[in-house]
Design a protein around this ligand. Structure first.
Ligand code: ATP
Ligand code: MG
Length: 755
């Protein structure tokens, strides 16, 4: 070893080196944000491989997101100076368990081509079970049952193992419905997300020979973000590491943010008990953030109780204080962030210029994203949304995927149900019931039931002819999907054509139809990265990170949860208002548990920032169509004052185009500015007042003003952004918009733009 250069060790501090080089036995790296835990973990893998201690397929490495897995793979490659081939077992818990479960599906009563259900399918199935049990779904909603069952699965409890203390769940019927749901999944040859781990834990427990095989196989185990593992994941790891005990976990108790999904921060605290003699390594130097940012984050998290407590220091230069700014409403907040981001690309407020790739907006709740997306689309600011399966959630994409699923496994009943009458084939409820009954009485999948119905002649007319086409189609597509010589991309296109699905949208005259056709094209394009349909379907089922478009710098928008482990030079943290962040549920709770988890989330947010961190809040927000006045978050009060600077927004309300204030109720305004929260903030920033509310300005302009729009005039339109007038016609203007293209708009709706 000593004779070989080891570039991956370069620059690591002694504690990190220890974590990298202690290969045998249990190691726990417990340290604060940005101290290089992930970096050390990555170097450790490089070390295992370079020294020949392990082959790539002998290393089991678990990351929290698919994105993190990809990055880790790239980084290992760079550290070793060559592409790592293999590393088949580097991925998320779910991705790894899918692979394992495909190998051992029969031990869980499944076939290896089982389908992974998404949340929608899961709910649909539960609704059916609830109805079958004669329970009123209105009083006992399926979503609630889904939550209960998920929590049981997170605790690795099969229906038979649910403790008596949980017997009252879901009106005393929870356990029974859980059992029925599991049977149903098995009959459908399907699993939900929670099953992936539950089945694997159950298989390992019931089949020591299988477990043994993997204990020998995975000689080294590494886990990032260990503080967020749930009990099922913990048991799974403990089973696998039980033999050789070569397990290295890294985490930070202050960043445990998945308690609501069953994560147990106790797992990290129990590590030394589970693995006696474990080396515990602490890292204290933070390499990510400037001192003000670090101090603000540390000050905030200090309000939590029961922490392990850590010292963090940095050698970085002082830099900017955490910036705080208040806005009139949510739309203005989005507007300000868009403008500020653009300004920062040129360098503003004495800061160096940044690219949009350097910037991220981290929101507490995904619904906050819409305001930013709308705003960025209007001004043409390139952005990407990370962490939400947005694209794949769209109706047309889900329909198309259902067709692909049927091509891969024709017995996928949920997929069949979804598309049997989409496009319309004259197969209404009654025809579908006939198919269902036929399938059930013969114990066969729906597609087979449909074939039997056709044979029996029970169905006539257009419906029968269309159904025959569909059933034959599925047969053909399945044959093609199995044929390695067939291009899966061409097959996908053919399926969408032959099924009439593309034609359905082509014939559709609603304004959304063209966009949907675009999305379908995009879907087929996405297939290019995969070898076959099954690989693609798997990827989509697992997808956590979804980046749109390619090329060019973009600002990232994501939830705080999705930002875990990431870092950006510039971070915006909008919506710091009581009820939003911390969220209402946490505030209503009697104990501190929820509130402390929210605070850890705030800590995660601030510690993502390397150089500039801007926290903002709005005085008013529209909640379910109602304007509501907001108070600044209590977390803002908890930030140590010495590290915070209150910003004004110079020129924000002056220059540029006047915009319609979206607030109708002036009375609320007075209330908000009289509120203690706002006053406290103003007192704090005596010399530098908060951004004052903009006066509502009307965009209605009179007839003389219209005449002022000569061709060539620069104008601004609320929806389409900036543009140049190319012609006039009565009260309408032809405008070439910078981003939205040529449009004819009513002159009343544009205003002169002073550029
Ligand atoms: P988090 O808790 O947020 O996941 P972390 O502890 O995993 O953080 P890393 O992401 O590994 O921290 O590292 C934070 C940053 O510090 C990265 O940019 C990394 O490259 C850098 N870094 C880590 N260790 C060193 C080091 N020894 N010298 C210089 N830079 C380092
Ligand atoms: Mg990390």
């Amino acid at each position: 070893m000593a004779a070989r250069p080891a570039p991956y060790l370069d620059g690591l501090n002694p504690a990190q080196r220890q974590a990298v080089e202690t290969l045998e036995g249990p190691v726990l790296m417990l340290a604060g944000a940005g101290t290089g835990k992930t970096r050390a973990l990555t170097a450790r893998i490089a070390h295992l491989l370079t020294t020949g201690t392990a082959r790539p397929n002998e290393v089991l490495a678990v990351t929290f997101t698919n994105k993190a897995a990809r990055e880790m793979k790239d980084r290992i490659g760079r550290l070793m100076g060559e592409a790592v081939e293999g590393m088949p077992w580097l991925g998320t818990f779910h991705a790894i368990c899918v692979k394992l479960l495909r190998r051992h599906a029969e031990l869980a009563g499944l076939q290896s081509n089982f389908t992974i259900l998404d949340a929608d399918d899961q709910i649909r199935l539960m609704k059916q079970e609830i109805a079958a049990a004669g329970i009123d779904e209105k009083r006992w909603p399926a979503r609630q049952l889904a939550g209960i069952i998920d929590q049981w699965k997170n605790r690795a409890l099969t229906p038979a193992q649910v403790p008596a203390s949980d017997a009252a769940a879901f009106n005393n019927r929870g356990v029974q419905l859980y059992a029925a749901y599991q049977d149903r999944l098995r009959n459908l040859n399907a699993v939900d997300f929670g099953d992936l781990l539950l089945h694997m834990v159950t298989i390992f427990q019931a089949h020591p020979d299988v477990l043994d095989q993997y204990r020998r196989w995975f000689r080294y185990i590494l886990v990032d973000e260990y503080q967020d593992t749930n009990i099922a994941q913990y048991l799974w790891l403990r089973l696998l590491a039980g033999g050789h005990r070569n397990i290295c976990c890294v985490g930070d108790d202050d960043q445990s943010i998945y308690g609501w999904r069953g994560a147990e921060v106790g797992n990290i605290l129990r590590f030394e008990k589970d693995f006696p003699g474990a080396q515990v390594i602490r890292l204290e130097q933070n390499y990510r953030s400037t001192p003000h940012i670090l101090a603000a984050a540390s000050g905030l998290i200090a309000a939590n109780t029961g922490r392990l407590g850590k010292t963090l220091w940095t050698e970085a230069e002082t830099g900017e204080k955490v910036r705080l700014i208040g806005h009139w409403d949510g739309e203005e907040e989005a507007r300000w962030i868009g403008d500020e981001a653009e300004a920062m690309t040129r360098g503003t407020r004495g800061l160096r210029p940044y690219t949009l790739d350097d910037m991220a907006i981290l929101v507490r709740a995904s619904h906050q994203m819409r305001a930013f997306e709308d705003r960025f689309l209007t001004i043409g600011l390139p952005y990407r949304v990370i962490g939400g399966p947005r694209f794949y959630e769209r109706m047309e994409i889900r329909d198309a995927m259902a067709y692909f699923r049927l091509a891969v496994s024709p017995a996928d009943d949920l997929a069949f149900e979804r598309i049997v009458n989409t496009p319309k084939r004259g197969l209404g409820d009654k025809a579908q019931q006939t198919i269902q009954q036929m399938a059930r009485s013969h114990g066969v999948p729906l597609v087979e039931g449909a074939r039997l119905v056709l044979e029996s002649g029970a169905l006539g007319g257009k419906g029968a002819a269309e159904l025959r086409k569909l059933v034959q189609g599925i047969g053909r597509w399945h044959g093609a999907a199995l044929d390695p010589r067939e291009s899966h991309i061409e097959l996908a296109e053919r399926i969408l054509d032959e099924s009439g699905y593309t034609a359905m949208w082509q014939a559709d005259k609603t304004p959304e139809a063209p966009g949907r056709l675009e999305n379908l094209k995009e879907l087929v394009k996405a297939l290019e990265e995969f070898e076959n349909l099954q690989g693609f379907l798997e990827h989509v089922a697992l997808i956590m990170d979804n980046e749109t478009g390619e090329g060019g710098a973009r600002i990232s928008v994501m939830t705080l949860h999705a930002a875990k482990g990431l870092e950006f030079p510039v971070v915006f943290l909008p919506g710091w208002e009581d009820g939003l962040f911390p969220n209402q549920r946490a505030m209503d709770e009697s104990g501190l548990k929820g509130l402390e988890e929210e605070r850890r989330l705030a800590y995660v947010g601030i510690t993502r920032a390397e150089e500039v961190c801007t926290i903002s809040f709005a005085a008013n927000r529209r909640v379910y169509g109602q304007w509501q006045s907001q108070l600044p978050s209590r977390f803002i009060d908890e930030l140590p004052e010495a590290h915070v600077e209150v910003l004004t927004a110079p020129g924000l309300y002056g220059g540029g185009a006047p915009q319609r204030s979206s607030l109708e109720d002036a009375a609320t305004r007075a209330d908000v500015y009289a509120s203690p929260g706002w006053k406290r903030l103003q007192a704090r920033s005596a010399q530098r007042p908060l951004a004052q509310p903009r006066e509502a300005r009307s965009i209605v302009i009179d007839a003389e003003a219209i005449a002022a729009f000569d061709p060539g005039a620069r104008v601004f339109h609320q929806k389409f952004g900036y543009g140049t007038v190319t012609g006039t016609e009565g009260d309408k203007l032809d405008i070439a918009f910078d981003k939205a293209g040529e449009k004819k708009v009513v002159a009343r709706f544009v205003v002169a733009a002073g550029q």
